[in-house]
Design a protein around this ligand. Sequence first.
Ligand SMILES: Nc1nc2c(c(=O)[nH]1)N[C@H]1C(S)=C(S)[C@@H](COP(=O)(O)O)O[C@H]1N2
Ligand SMILES: [Mo]
Length: 424
Amino acid sequence: MDDFAKTSRRAFLRGSAAVAAGTVAGKAAAQDAPDPLITELQDWATFTGYGVDETPYGLPIKYEDDVVRRNVAWLTASPISSINFTPIHALEGTITPQGCAFERHHSGAIELTKDDYRLMINGLVDRPLVFTYADLERLPRENHVYFCECAANTGMEWAGAQLNGAQFTHGMIHNMEYTGVPLRALLAEAGLDAAGDLSDKWVYVEGADASSNGRSIPMEKALDDVLVAFKANGEALRMEHGYPVRLVVPGWEGNMWVKWLRRIEITDAAVESREETSKYTDVYEDGTARKWTWEMDAKSVVTSPSPQMPITHGTGPLVISGLAWSGHGKITRVDVSIDGGVNWQTARLGKQGDTKALTRFYLDIEWDGSPMFLQSRAIDETGYVQPTKEALREARGENSVYHNNCIQTWYVNEEGVAENVEVS
Ligand SMILES: Nc1nc2c(c(=O)[nH]1)N[C@H]1C(S)=C(S)[C@@H](COP(=O)(O)O)O[C@H]1N2
Ligand SMILES: [Mo]
């Protein structure tokens, strides 16, 4: 052991002694009455457990059965054209398990087999092509972690604090590791010479479901980081996320991430489809519309404590935790305030450097039991700072639904109970 290691070990031991003497709740085992969970033989050590084939594909243990997607019944008229929310308040790290990642369908999720799958590329290409699923598997593929956020995430909060839980205010987001073929590789197979000057060309993408959910993507983005993905978090996409193939459009609004991708057309103008005109567009106070709002601006939220995650351990050490992301690249800093934005402390990032992916942040404090107005604000690599709700309303007016990336406030009372409030 070299000198540095010795000193840091001594420092660490001193540190842990101080912690044991302090307020962390680990019980002083020797002093308490015997704990039957330690001294008595338990059932789980008396009998044998389940065999290896009990669940060929495992589900979470029953004690975690409240960590599920949830919807808000009054939001939409039918579950066929609706949305539910990722339980972000109860998850940790950054990867969203597919089984609880939010779903958004315009005409329901469809069952499409790999055998029945066809992907057509047509329009201004040298060779119109049709790919089968097996064809896609033969092209060079890549792996990337990206967040997918519906532009409507937090949309219900424009006028005032409304939904009581991070799952409902910020849960139209998931973050997965995708495996897929870069769209540019497919376009190269079809050949883009026929398209001529690419700077003003568009790529129209649509799904195989009844809604088709068609969107126009500028050629520059299509040739950049868009993926034609067939795996998420190492396994096949789930039906609800577009099995067998979906589009991944990093940093851009979820609506463009076409599921059950069936056709890609090279065009010389945007199609101006329903999903990019009357929907997924916001209207300013003067009646004019914001056009082509593709990128998801930097945003963050404290996931714990939050209304569904009250503080139950009393005063003392408290881990404040949350998520930050930006469609413009990396998160470089997250600040946390416990007094409604008067004072800010720089949070610790769980891991640095993911681009267009969720970043986990932590602020470890000693909570003295005073009420808190908890906020977080994200800063991305462009220097952009997540705005207050007031600033956002000033810039956009109050008619908006989409692209609400304002700072969220949770009021935490002396009991540790949290609720959604507004402090602007
Ligand atoms: N084909 C198709 N693609 C679609 C949709 C759809 O209804 N049909 N919904 C879009 C919307 S609005 C969003 S936010 C994302 C949601 O992806 P998810 O259901 O995997 O969360 O898919 C997009 N892609
Ligand atoms: Mo969406």
